[in-house]
Design a protein. Structure first.
Ligand SMILES: [Zn+2]
Length: 495
């Protein structure tokens, strides 16, 4: 352990203005600042920007970017239809395929021109949960942004198998270069304040982000061309209004001093998205539980389901708990079958040998919300519940996600109700194990659960200037809520 708590500062840039050539110079100016200070940022580049840098012969910018950490910021960013527009009515699998169809060629262009990406960041407010299978398919491991759709109390989190730096809330800052020396003074003051808070907390992250085009232009390039759902014909696309070379140089000079101040702080390390991944291992994979250990964790007394800490270093997402419970039911069923064949007498079960293991990947959540067809407290046959686990286990293996419903014959049980009810059964059996008198209760009353993690998904989020004024995408928010089964804190591990 080091004596000074580690404070890691993430600088990330959305490199997107492909219509204003002067923004290339702002980008180069910022890259120069990082080279001078001997540190790296994460530069999330729009594929069209990478392509125009190539077309404009900006080898200088491309080379400088290659020496930094690269992220991907969509193929064309704000051209309609943007991602949330073309996915507005999509389901899960068709949505995933459509993102791959539209985004994969652009991503391959950025790989060819700049190298592979550590990070994905969405274009403006244009987000959909179907991006995560695309990211995994493309091999982009991290999501880093300050987008409004989902956050976990200002801390890093896992969602859909992807670690997120998003909505860090009080740990996000920036310096207002437009306010000149006063802006720099205030920016440094604010950084120092957050730095002290992070040190008091024993270490953590600070997130700082800009768009390089901000230093070159007075307005965003996409607001000028694509605001409120508009898309003029390509020949009419125009660059953003310029600040002018002198103002741009002044802004860059202030940024250089801001960065210099941060780099000089003792205990502060400027970190890229790629480097951060080393601090965010998911310790849950391969974790082994006995029935008693699993039952201890299943304390959803009010029916509210959320992630659970196993210890200070390991946390399970609700879908991981669901998969463990399914595996436990399956193993209990196998134990019963074995014992029945060995002796016909009605002897007590021995569950002490059963072990269940967390998988490598967090199962995704269901993709439709399906209600339970039985009434609460209806008595469920325990052996039917165990049998249902066979099919659920196969579903998890086949689809890599939770089923929309668990079938007891023709009756559907919603996953949250199934988890809470099965948790009751497991707790009962684990308690009986302690007194060495385990038998399978013939019935277990159906209980009602709900995924409390859904509260971290926000719905009033479609207010990006590029969307039409009345744009809404409730279907995407519903899918996002269902995927909250995968939500859990991403814990920083300082080795
Ligand atoms: Zn952007």
């Amino acid at each position: 352990m080091s004596e000074v708590p580690p404070v890691h500062v993430l600088f990330w840039f959305d490199v997107e203005d492909y219509l204003t050539p002067e923004s290339d110079d702002a980008l180069l100016g910022l890259l120069d600042c990082f080279e001078r200070q001997g540190v790296q940022g994460t530069w999330k580049v729009v594929a069209e920007k990478a392509r125009v840098l190539e077309e404009r012969g900006r080898e200088d910018v491309i080379r400088a970017l290659q020496r930094q950490d690269i992220g991907y910021h969509t193929d064309t960013h704000s051209q309609h239809p943007v991602l949330a527009e073309y996915l507005r009515s999509a389901g899960w699998e068709d949505g995933v395929e459509e993102i791959i169809r539209r985004e994969r060629p652009g991503y391959e262009d950025t790989v060819r021109i700049l190298g592979p990406s550590s990070t994905f960041g969405q274009a403006g407010g244009s987000w959909a949960p179907q991006i995560y299978p695309f990211m995994r398919d493309a091999g982009i491991p991290l999501f880093m942004d300050e987008a409004s759709h989902i956050g976990l109390d200002g801390a890093p989190f896992w969602y859909c198998n992807v670690p997120h730096i998003n909505r860090l809330e009080t740990r996000v800052t920036r310096m207002d270069f437009e306010a000149g020396e006063k802006g720099l003074r205030q920016g440094i003051g604010r950084f120092d304040e957050i730095h002290r808070d992070v040190v008091d907390d024993g270490g953590g992250l600070i997130s700082i982000y800009y768009h390089p085009c901000e230093f070159a232009t007075l307005a965003f390039w996409d607001g000028v061309n694509f605001a409120r759902g508009q898309q003029p014909p390509r020949p009419q696309w125009k660059p953003a209004p310029l600040r002018g070379a002198q103002q741009m140089a002044a802004g860059l000079e202030l940024f250089d001093r801001y960065l210099g101040h941060i780099v000089a702080q003792p205990g502060v390390e400027v970190l890229t998205g790629r480097q951060l991944l080393n601090l965010l291992p998911d310790n849950a994979a391969d974790r082994v539980f006995s029935i008693a250990e699993l039952a201890d964790m299943l304390t959803f007394s009010s029916g509210a389901i959320e992630h659970r800490f196993v210890d200070a270093d390991t946390v399970l997402a609700p879908s991981e708990i669901f998969a463990l419970v399914v595996e436990a039911l399956l193993q209990i069923m196998l134990t019963i079958t074995d014992e029945e064949t060995e002796n016909s007498a009605d002897t007590a079960l021995d569950l002490t040998q059963i072990r269940v293991v967390v998988g490598q990947d967090t199962p995704l959540g269901p993709v439709h919300r399906q209600a339970t067809t039985l009434q609460p407290d209806a008595p469920l046959a325990s052996d039917q519940l165990l049998e249902a686990a066979i099919d659920v286990d196969r579903y998890l293996q086949h689809h890599g996600r939770m089923p929309d419903a668990i079938w007891l014959g023709s009756e559907a049980i919603a996953p949250a109700d199934f988890l809470i009810t099965a948790a009751d059964l497991l707790r009962k059996m684990a308690a009986a194990q302690r007194s060495r008198q385990v038998t399978l209760p013939s019935t277990i009353p159906l209980r009602t659960g709900h995924l409390d993690s859904e509260r971290h998904v926000h719905d009033d989020v479609w207010n990006w200037v590029v969307f039409a004024k009345d744009f809404d995408a409730p279907g995407l928010i519903e899918l996002a809520r269902l995927q909250a089964w995968t939500l859990k804190p991403a814990l920083l591990h300082y080795g």
